[in-house]
Design a protein around this ligand. Structure first.
Ligand code: HEC
Length: 121
């Protein structure tokens, strides 16, 4: 019984965190996503020509760059390996290879790592 209760709390917390869409935190994430770019120039080039068009645009349905709450939940629930698999093969609105045909698994891992980091990190 206890375990179900704990599970409920986790789900509700998730819904609550996901539900406050118009708050100042959301605005900060949107502003960060619009300008953020990886430090490494090569990775930045890749990010800007592929992932950024969707992952920096709220309303695209893609988890936003810097939205650490959403990305942490994805990494915890699915695991990095599955996220990379979904990047390679596509997943719902996410196109196969994320429009980066010359990316390898390591690139995808680094790109996801970058997008998962919030503004303060
Ligand atoms: C054409 C738009 C588009 C591009 C370009 C794009 N994505 Fe996505 N991505 C999406 C959307 C939409 C989702 C949300 C899919 C869903 O959950 O319905 C998503 C989700 C993801 C996810 C989470 C998948 C999951 O299992 O929940 C990862 C990881 C990801 N994208 C990585 C990337 C990377 C890395 C790049 C660049 C190489 C990239 N994306 C480029 C639209 C895009």
């Amino acid at each position: 019984m206890n375990r179900f209760w704990l599970f409920g709390v986790i789900v509700l917390t998730g819904l609550w965190l996901g539900g406050c869409d118009g708050g100042p935190e959301r605005e900060a994430v949107r502003e960060y996503a619009a300008v953020a770019t990886p430090d490494d120039p090569e990775l930045a080039e890749t990010y800007e020509r592929s992932c950024k068009s969707c992952h920096a645009r709220s309303g695209s349905g893609a988890p936003l760059t810097g939205d650490a709450v959403v990305w942490t939940r994805l990494i915890e629930n699915k695991g990095m390996e599955r996220l990379i698999e979904h990047t390679i093969h596509g997943y719902r609105g996410m196109p196969p290879m994320g429009h980066c045909m010359d990316c390898d698994v390591e690139d995808f891992g680094r790109l996801i790592g970058f997008m998962a980091r919030g503004p303060q990190e």
